[in-house]
Write a protein that binds this ligand. Structure first.
Ligand code: PLP
Ligand code: COI
Length: 337
């Protein structure tokens, strides 16, 4: 199998259409068999639920080439389960979790020339998503839906690759108590666009959101969860019902405990204790672990070690597991071929 002729080492986080994607349709109360298509465009009614009332959700995971040449992906069952949760909350029909796994595997397999080689610094980003495709004009769920999976090779999520990030504490909110912050709904990202463009214009890489009820606790950023390291080497990460349950963060807690013998704490993290931590990182599928150099809270500047020793160890261990250099806990690695 020949890999595509791509400058893998210089890829950013962008969309590049590949040959194959997966599509399944929900009509008359059931899913069709689904399968691969080479059609990258979609025709839907002007009144589709997704276009009028943003009835859509998505997932994000990656495929990797291991050192010994296998293609694998990381904990796709958790993406299937989280997408099912998103669908239930948005009154969309759940795409069966076993079918989700089959769709991911089939799509990656059909595009294997696009899976970046081991050691190239790039990975294959996998984007499953679903949307209301039939007409709705009164505010209600659509009757018909489409589920799709496409893949695209990507490099680092943040421009500049491994340069430590500069974040600001946001004045705008991302998620309300009892709202949709804990699911991967497109609407959560639409409403963050104003704020991310503004952050970039002001010279920041990302926004750190605080809890919207009291504005005293750290939640997460627009596209990743957040972890902190204490002076005595403990991993602390915010616990909140209004953040996305990141698969990377949940995995890191286990890696920190079981592989690195660290203490881990999932708890409320107050804004006024940010200067008690020595290292900070953003974690997610796209972000992997991106080191944070500075958080600016309205003129108060808190500095961290960037790629400090603990963030570096966590990064090496997590990516080692994902790329097959370090033995993974049972069930974490799905071999595609
Ligand atoms: N938080 C938000 C808002 C995200 O969009 C993502 C990306 O998926 C994450 C956290 C990280 O989640 P995961 O590690 O499952 O990719
Ligand atoms: C991911 O990490 O998969 C995401 O969906 C985050 C997104 C902001 C690209």
């Amino acid at each position: 199998m020949d890999k595509k002729n791509i400058d893998w080492g210089n890829l950013g986080f962008g969309y590049m259409p590949t040959e194959w994607r997966y599509v399944a349709n929900y009509t008359d109360g059931k899913w069709d068999a689904g399968g691969l298509t080479d059609q990258s465009t979609i025709t839907i009614t002007e009144c589709a639920g997704v276009l009028q009332y943003a009835q859509t959700c998505f997932e994000g995971l990656k495929a990797y080439t291991t050192e010994d040449g296998r293609i694998v992906c990381f904990r796709p069952d958790l993406n299937a389960a989280r997408m099912a949760d998103s669908c239930r909350q948005l009154k969309m029909p759940v795409f069966p979790e076993e079918k989700f796994l089959e769709a991911v595997i089939e799509t990656v397999r059909a595009n294997k020339e696009w899976v970046p080689p081991f050691g190239s610094g790039a990975t294959l980003y996998i984007r499953p998503y679903m949307f209301g495709s039939s007409a709705v004009i009164g505010v209600k769920p659509a009757d018909e839906y489409q589920f799709r999976v496409f893949v695209t090779p990507v490099g680092p999520y943040f421009k500049g690759g491994v340069k430590p990030l500069t974040l600001r504490i946001s004045d705008l909110d991302r998620a309300a108590p009892r709202g949709t912050g804990h699911i991967k709904a497109g609407l959560n990202y639409a409403m963050s666009l104003y704020n991310i463009v503004d952050a970039h214009e002001q010279g920041y890489d990302e926004n750190v959101y605080v809890d919207s009820a009291t504005r005293t606790h750290i939640e997460e950023t627009g596209g990743a969860n957040i972890i902190f390291i204490t002076r005595d080497g403990k991993l602390v990460t915010p616990k909140s019902d209004t953040i996305l349950p990141s698969i990377t963060r949940r995995s890191l807690l286990q890696v920190a405990k079981d592989y690195l013998g660290m203490e881990v704490e999932e708890r409320e993290v107050r804004l006024d204790e940010l200067d008690q931590f020595t290292e900070c990182g953003l974690c997610g599928t796209a972000a992997v672990i991106s080191p944070v150099g500075t958080i600016v809270d309205h003129g108060r500047e808190i500095n961290y070690a960037g790629f400090g020793p603990t963030i570096q160890k966590l990064y090496d261990t997590l990516t080692g597991i994902q790329m097959g250099r370090i033995e993974a806990p049972a069930g974490w690695i799905q071999v595609i071929e």
